[in-house]
Design a protein around this ligand. Structure first.
Ligand code: CTP
Ligand code: MG
Length: 387
């Protein structure tokens, strides 16, 4: 957490003590998962490079869970009933010259944004907040929903976090008043100037379920939601010819008798090809490499995987992951699993591959030792067509 440290010491207080009622999750909002990590972990890891000290206010009862997620570099304290209570609970432990208060719910705010806030503090400002221009016209209304006045839009700003303060100013603000929706509001009440710096889109607050979807898109890119699943299977009988080589999962199994078939009979590779074609809506092995394209008739499993990937990419997809299961009594996959995975992954240009195997308890043609089959599933993500 030290690489981008500014010349002044910085404590980051992260109020994460809310329940996230509007998000409607079963857990406190800060523990909701976004692309495999909790919101509070995203928040902490994004801001950590500029922090000498990080204090997170957790919802009461969840302190240990937060500690085990965030590790020893982060001080976890018990949050309060309101956001301001949570900030005050953390403030007691803050030791730096500058204090940034940053909502856990603005999980994707960048370290550059925090850097702008700190730069303004370093230039002598006592209170600095990031903000964006507002797009909608804002009206002031009364309790009966009648408009009182219209504000001049160009003078309005929508405020974000991290909000930065020199420590004395923030302490004085919290000591003098107990209610405001943000920390800068407390400082304003003391008539201390609050400086605006440019905010950023990524620092939006995750409040409603659709905000979580937006965060997911922001993190994973705009095509994150266009994912396609595909399935494929293949089966071949063991050959009566004891010299027939066995190719399986891109490897030669020299002690095994292979399966019959026109190609090398690599059921794992063929099942993956079929799964890739099915996910990309490109037909199947037969329709791609059948009579119309005789040059593929005897191609190895690895060659077919490479060519299939080329066609899938041309159709506008990239592989997210591939999972294949070999079904049969032999060969034993375990001892060569890593080798097979790397052969398949190599043919697929480094895509994540997993390989499992099972027997069928003596049942069916695989259980009776008559042949071998494989079943594969793949996940593709759309990248846009390249032809
Ligand atoms: N917060 C806090 N302690 C509270 C209430 C809120 O630390 N008693 C934190 C939240 O965890 C969040 C930030 O303040 O990081 C902004 O609050 P908000 O987005 O409103 O979160 P929640 O209060 O959790 O959500 P909701 O209002 O929908 O319940
Ligand atoms: Mg709230």
């Amino acid at each position: 957490m030290r690489s981008l440290l500014p010349n002044h010491s910085v404590t980051v207080i992260i109020p994460a003590g809310g329940s996230g009622e509007r998000l409607g999750a079963l857990l406190p909002k800060a523990l909701v998962l976004l692309a495999g990590r909790t919101l509070v972990e995203h928040c902490v890891s994004n801001i950590a490079p500029i922090a000498n000290q990080i204090i997170v206010a957790a919802p009461a009862g969840f302190e240990e869970e937060f500690r085990s997620l965030l590790g020893d570099d982060v001080l976890v304290v018990t949050g309060g009933v309101t956001r301001a209570d949570s900030v005050r609970a953390a403030l007691e432990y803050a030791t730096s010259e500058f204090i940034l208060v940053h909502d856990a719910a603005r999980s994707l705010a960048s370290v550059e944004l925090a850097g702008r806030v700190i730069d303004a503090l370093a230039s002598g400002e006592k209170a600095v907040i990031p903000a964006l221009a507002v797009i909608d016209t804002i009206k002031h209304v009364d309790h009966n929903n009648f408009v009182i006045s219209t504000h001049e839009r160009s003078a309005l700003r929508a405020v974000q976090t991290p909000q930065g303060f020199d420590a004395k100013t923030l302490r004085a603000a919290h000591a003098s008043s107990h209610d405001a929706t943000d920390d800068a509001g407390l400082v304003e009440a003391l008539n201390i100037p609050v400086k605006i710096v440019d905010g950023e889109d990524k620092a939006f607050k995750i409040t409603l379920p659709e905000d979580l979807a937006r965060a997911q898109r922001t993190l994973l890119g705009e095509f994150a939601e266009d994912i396609r699943i595909g399935i494929g299977t293949d089966a071949h009988a063991f050959s009566a010819d004891s010299n027939r080589p066995m190719w399986l999962a891109g490897l030669l199994w020299s002690d095994e008798v292979g399966v019959d078939g026109h190609s090398d009979g690599d059921v794992a590779a063929h099942a993956i090809c079929d799964a890739l074609f099915s996910a990309a809506q490109l037909g199947d092995l037969g329709s791609n490499y059948g009579v119309a394209e005789p040059q593929w008739a005897g191609a190895s499993g690895a060659k077919l995987l490479q060519e299939t990937l080329r066609r899938v990419r041309t159709a506008g997809f990239e592989i997210n992951n591939v999972s294949v299961q070999v079904v049969g009594n032999r060969p034993k996959i375990g001892p060569r699993r890593a080798e097979a995975i790397s052969a398949l992954a190599k043919a697929l240009d480094g895509a994540p591959v997993s390989l499992s195997a099972t027997t069928t308890d003596g049942l069916g043609f695989t259980g009776e030792g008559k042949g071998l089959s494989a079943i594969a599933s793949v996940l593709l993500r759309a990248t846009g067509r390249i032809s």
